[in-house]
Design a protein around this ligand. Sequence first.
Ligand code: ZN
Length: 474
Amino acid sequence: MAIRLFNTYSRALEEFRPLDPARREVKMYTCGPTVYSYAHIGNFRAYLFEDLLQRHLESRGFTVRRVMNITDVDDKTIRGSRDAGVPLAEFTAQFKKAFFDDLETLRIKRADSFPEATDPREIAKMIEMIGTLMERGLAYQAEDKSVYFRINKFPEYGKLAHLNLDELRSTGRVKSDEYDKEHIGDFALWKAWDEADGPVKWQSPWGDGRPGWHIECSAMATQLLGDQLDIHCGGVDNIFPHHEAEIAQTEGCTGKKFVRYWLHCAHLMVDCQKMAKSLGNFYTLPDVIAKGYTGREVRYALMRVHYRAPLNFTWEGMEESRVALARIGDWVRRLEENAKKENVQRPTPNAQRPMEEAPGFHDALDDDLNISGALGVLFETIRETNRRMDVGEMDSSEAKAWLEWWKRVDQVLAISGEDAGLPAEIAALAEARVQARLAKDWRKSDELRDELAARGWEARDTKDGQKLTRRGGA
Ligand SMILES: [Zn+2]
């Protein structure tokens, strides 16, 4: 069955066909964080949707090449570093690290590359693109020395967001520093240095300054993935002006269609309200973990609603996720016990066998990542197979087959196991101890247990394997 995705550009479900169908390679660009503070769970909802998309495409045999940018220079990062009295790179480093820790906690696959806007190679590419746009009359330098994109010269401008330029003119807000732009919607490609920028500046043919946010993504995407992408994702708040601007800049330079499929994730609400620091409902991932939830519980909670529907985050929802994961965990353990049993029962003649490709679950995801449908298949399977185990109808070979089915499903969901939410170093020690025990290296296993204990984690060996628990008060 073909994969269908909702393309924001056409506002329609379209069959997914990559640019180069023979190679089954998908070039995917996902807008990353601006590292001026800790990311909130709304940001991670979008990153989890992108992770689900990548994993599903991979389960269907595609190779995904994904790039996610890190915006480490803009007004907010500059202001933050100035207020903190530290250099920009030092200021952003703490938030970059936190971002990568959070990705790990949520089991989000790492992109193939995470280019940073301040990387000299990327800055050079941005300057090159702005130069091309200047040559083609698509950009101009205004009296304030900044360089702007001339949207009147790009007829396609507004197509992604379904806006027309007249609307833009009437709804645009005039900021005092935008008086010398030709059109209110013209956006900055290069921002001329001013005193507030302090030491943050790069040389360019238009004078010292720094790139605008939109050109960063056009430059990094084309530098690392080429002129044409299969999929570009982001949150709905990225559609305008950010993605609209990316199209104008990139196509203005290359003359080729930039992106085949634009996918956007809806907002996250908290208790039916927009998340805002002023409302006291603004949560980072560590805030949620500090309430006793694991990374995989948060992963499940943020992933279980279709990406185009608004998701309302509540603590009851977190409890539901906990119950759902416990149910899956119990089921998997039961299957494992059944799989170990000798085949004492004769399989009934109509024994139900899982099919090769996890039918139903992946089919549902083919339909624009219909996660509710896919989870419905999973829980229906759990209910039915539990019933069969209750009445002793399942033999070990069938249990093994269901475990294989679950493995394929969990390659997409990535919610099984006990180590979720573990810090990376603890997970690494725990894994090393599993390996030591497999190799019957008891001394090493004990050493690793002591090391884990020194870090506040207790390793117990149960019949289901190693279990880790955080020690009270540690
Ligand atoms: Zn972007």
